[in-house]
Design a protein around this ligand. Structure first.
Ligand SMILES: Nc1nc2c(ncn2[C@@H]2O[C@H](COP(=O)(O)OP(=O)(O)O)[C@@H](O)[C@H]2O)c(=O)[nH]1
Ligand SMILES: [Mg+2]
Length: 270
């Protein structure tokens, strides 16, 4: 299937070339779209040079950095308009292994046609390398909270290494995505699950970035936490409303059954 690998970048001059080489080697038929938010370090120019030399590489330049979510959504629209059948997400910083990408794509192409394949750190066989206990606890704890609040039944809902089936992506209301930062991955997982989409997880090994700086900030983390809490409470609220409505229906049915034939006739003639 025609696959597009979307790689968002902000100041990834040290690692982007390695990521591009890796993808071109591991999945030679796939195309790559670098979505650069006007990186001051010249990442966008590097991407342009690579695109000039290789027709498999494309670049989308955006004028300002406004988060991972909007960058990915712009990349998705570009990919959907260009007719790709699979749309992948991958980081530029060496955290995602290109050989794992090849496996995720193969899984997406299998006959059962999953809507979303997630490269998961937290299924059996998945791993992280270079993470201390605190970072592991943050990711595992975050995923436990997400599951408790949203019941997504996904072990790694925050993972940013994924393959979407383009047709499935097209059916989602992408305009409803609220999260700008890392909550974007959870937001997308929730959209697919809410739409009845099928999600499968495949084990990957996540490597801590080799160079450059993480964009994960306290602000991005609190946005994710606040959104997950909001979505979880909204879900609880609608479950309660459904429960109340069904209790109301049962009470009404019981009442109707309890009426005598005479009462029923009176009610009908009213
Ligand atoms: N275009 C764009 N890319 C971003 C933005 N924030 C993060 N990225 C990219 O998204 C990927 C993951 O970000 P990273 O900082 O490595 O997150 P971490 O792995 O959780 O530390 C990297 O390729 C970043 O360059 C953004 O605002 N705009
Ligand atoms: Mg990273």
């Amino acid at each position: 299937m025609k696959a597009l690998v979307v790689i968002p970048t902000y100041n990834e001059i040290e690692t982007l070339a390695g990521a591009l080489d890796g993808v071109r080697r591991a999945v030679p038929a796939a195309h790559v779209l670098v979505v650069d938010d006007n990186s001051p370090d010249g990442t966008g120019r590097l991407a342009d040079a690579r695109a000039q030399a290789d027709y498999h590489i494309h670049v989308l330049h955006r004028t300002e950095k406004n988060g991972l979510g909007p960058a990915y959504l712009a990349g998705f629209s570009w990919g959907l308009a260009s007719g790709y059948e699979l749309i992948c997400e991958m980081d530029a910083d060496g955290s995602h292994r290109p050989e794992d990408l090849a496996l995720l794509i193969q899984r997406a192409e299998m006959a059962d046609a999953p809507d979303l394949v997630i490269g998961s750190r937290w299924v059996s066989g998945g791993a992280t390398s270079g993470w201390d206990a605190r970072r592991v606890a943050l990711s595992r704890g975050g995923n436990l909270y997400i599951n408790a609040m949203l019941g997504l039944r996904v072990k790694d809902a925050t993972a940013g290494f994924r393959v979407y089936r383009a047709d499935s992506l097209r059916r989602l209301s992408l305009g409803e995505v609220e999260a700008l930062g890392y909550g974007f991955q959870v937001n997308m997982t929730k959209l697919v699950a809410d739409g009845g989409g099928r999600i499968v997880e495949m084990p990957i090994t996540f490597h801590e970035r080799e160079a450059g700086q993480s964009k994960l900030s306290g602000g991005i983390f609190s946005e994710e936490l606040a959104l997950v809490t909001k979505w979880g409470l909204a879900k609880r609220g609608s479950q309660l409303a459904d429960l109340a409505a069904s209790a109301g229906r049962s009470a009404r049915d019981a009442l109707l059954r309890a009426r005598t034939p005479k009462q029923r006739a009176q009610k009908r003639s009213r």
